[in-house]
Design a protein around this ligand. Structure first.
Ligand SMILES: Nc1ncnc2c1ncn2[C@@H]1O[C@H](COP(=O)(O)OP(=O)(O)OP(=O)(O)O)[C@@H](O)[C@H]1O
Length: 507
């Protein structure tokens, strides 16, 4: 007997103007199957999921749900069918509490059912906390909880692990396995092949909007999968090593204490750090350890309550964001859609946001739009950003393509100091290698780079020195060769008594 089919997509097509995002896509999913959807940035993965969830409508093809062709005209219809989705960029209202968010989706929220689901899936969630105060992992659990409160037959997760700590990834895996055991199907978009292998037996690989292949993960090597994703050989993984020993100190932080406003986490305690030109200093740490506050302090977005910040021996404590940018400090924040970019603005406008003071964008005293557009267009080409033109809105780009654009935009300013937080979040392996190569080349050209990353592989690959943040405190920063994974792990968890530089003295 052939196993039952829960979902069948037949010949699905979707265009956005001239862009063919999905082209004749076929996909089958059984009850209880966790299926990976892989593909490089812009391959069409999110679009396909949004079609399934009723956010978008297909131009062609059909969706067959439990043997019956259906029209998923909106997310409400999807939910009534038993389809839930956790988005790449969370869809919760940050000013409301967890409970209020749940009540928006379920006006007659049944407290008994809520308690049962929380217990059943071992979800630790504080219901009366404002969502804006939660860590990304906690927000994701709320999104999943919101799905679990319905009778769910298919859960779609779009890159669910990119913002999670390793412990949170384990919790997510446990939840998904439990769901699958109960017969719920899962579609799981990821760029991390090891995660796909750990969770899924089979994967569908998309390339350029089409199905490039469906494969059994156990019988396929990473190279096989990458080849299918790229349609060719993966780029060489070699990185340029540091061309010369680091130069003079560029950026120095002395005894910085700070707190991100309105956040439970996001505290910095007595941070001492010095970054030389021609080096990449990596700071590890699980999400919420103080990375956002550190980036905001260097950018000048928040004022520390104590301590000082120096650039090339000059105290910059009193200068604001724009002055610092003029002096050559650039910061790429972690939240690409709400902080690093303005989602509703075009790419050339987004380019201008961080290059407003560049002579190249002006003709005499006047802003020269033709030049801005030409610079943004050049960047799109150089960074291989898949976008129709510089006139496309940032929100129209796939997540990974927007990330490539933003990293390129900051590097294009050839800053003296670059701070980036998770620069390859949601970026496919090919583009990740390109971003790493660009950062290494910038370091070799003398840039001082502070790399805040939750991806320890990335840190070991790129950095000349390494340290870690834990609960707002910074470990020592040592040459990478002297920091083995055990030591880094201890620093990240604050274990072993090695974490704080100096403790306590923040007011
Ligand atoms: N609303 C939109 N308007 C115009 N183009 C869009 C829109 N949404 C997606 N696209 C385009 O469709 C293509 C597929 O995008 P999609 O987001 O589905 O890719 P993806 O595989 O999910 O990529 P990533 O891994 O980077 O998230 C891209 O070229 C993207 O720019």
């Amino acid at each position: 007997m052939t196993p039952p089919v829960r979902l069948e997509l037949v010949g699905i097509g979707k265009r956005f103007g001239a862009v063919v995002a999905n082209d004749s896509i076929d996909l089958r999913l059984r009850p209880g199957e966790i299926h990976a959807v892989l593909g490089e940035n812009g391959a069409g993965k999110s679009t396909l999921m949004l079609l399934l969830y009723g956010v978008l409508q297909p131009d062609s093809g059909s969706i067959v749900w439990e043997g019956r062709e259906v029209s998923v005209s909106d997310p409400g219809t999807a939910r009534r069918l038993g389809i839930g989705m956790v988005f790449q960029h969370f869809s919760l209202l940050r000013t409301l509490s967890v409970r209020q968010n749940l009540q928006l989706a379920y006006p007659d929220l049944d407290e008994q059912r809520l308690a049962q689901v929380l217990g059943d899936f071992d979800l630790r969630i504080e219901l009366d906390v404002r969502v804006g105060l939660l860590s990304p992992g906690e927000m994701q659990r709320v999104e999943i909880l919101r799905c679990l409160l319905q009778d769910m037959k298919l859960l779609i997760l779009d890159e669910p692990t990119s913002v999670l700590t390793p412990a949170e990834v384990e919790q997510l895996v446990a939840i998904l396995r439990k769901l699958a055991q109960r017969g719920c199907s899962v579609l799981f978009i990821t760029h991390k092949l090891d995660e796909a292998r750990a969770l899924c037996r089979e994967a569908t690989v998309l390339r350029g909007g089409r199905v490039a292949g469906r494969l059994e993960l156990a019988g396929s090597s990473d190279a096989d999968i990458t080849r299918l994703m790229l349609g060719g050989e993966p780029p060489p993984a070699q990185l340029a090593r540091a061309a010369a020993p680091p130069g003079a100190t560029a950026l120095q932080l002395r005894g910085i204490c700070a707190q991100l406003p309105g956040q439970r986490r996001g505290r910095l305690e007595n941070i001492d750090l010095s970054l030389a030109s021609g080096e990449i200093l990596g700071i590890a740490g699980v999400s919420g350890s103080g990375q956002e506050a550190l980036a905001a302090v260097v950018a000048g977005e928040i004022r520390p309550s104590a301590g000082s910040l120096w650039l090339d021996g000059e105290d910059l404590g009193r200068s604001g964001v724009r002055q610092r940018r003029r002096r050559g400090i650039r910061v790429l924040p972690v939240d690409r859609l709400h902080h690093a970019a303005a989602a509703g603005l075009t790419l050339d406008e987004n380019y201008l946001l961080s290059h407003y003071d560049d002579a190249a964008c002006h003709s005499g005293p006047w802003l020269h739009w033709g030049r801005v557009a030409a610079l943004a267009t050049q960047l799109i080409q150089d960074a291989a950003v898949r976008a129709p033109s510089a006139a496309a809105q940032a929100r129209q780009l796939s997540g990974g393509n927007l990330q490539k654009f933003l990293v390129g935009r900051e590097l294009a300013g050839a800053p003296r100091v670059l701070v980036c937080y998770n620069p390859t979040w949601g970026v496919d392996p090919g583009a990740q290698a390109n971003i790493h190569a660009a950062l290494a080349a910038a370091r070799n050209a003398g840039m001082a780079i502070l790399l805040l990353s939750e991806d320890t592989e990335e840190l070991y690959r790129l950095c000349d020195r390494l340290g870690a943040l834990c609960d707002g405190r910074l470990s020592p920063q040592l040459p990478t060769a002297e920091v083995d994974r055990d030591l880094l792990g201890q620093w990240m968890t604050g274990a072993g008594g090695s974490s704080p530089q100096r403790s306590g003295a923040c007011a």
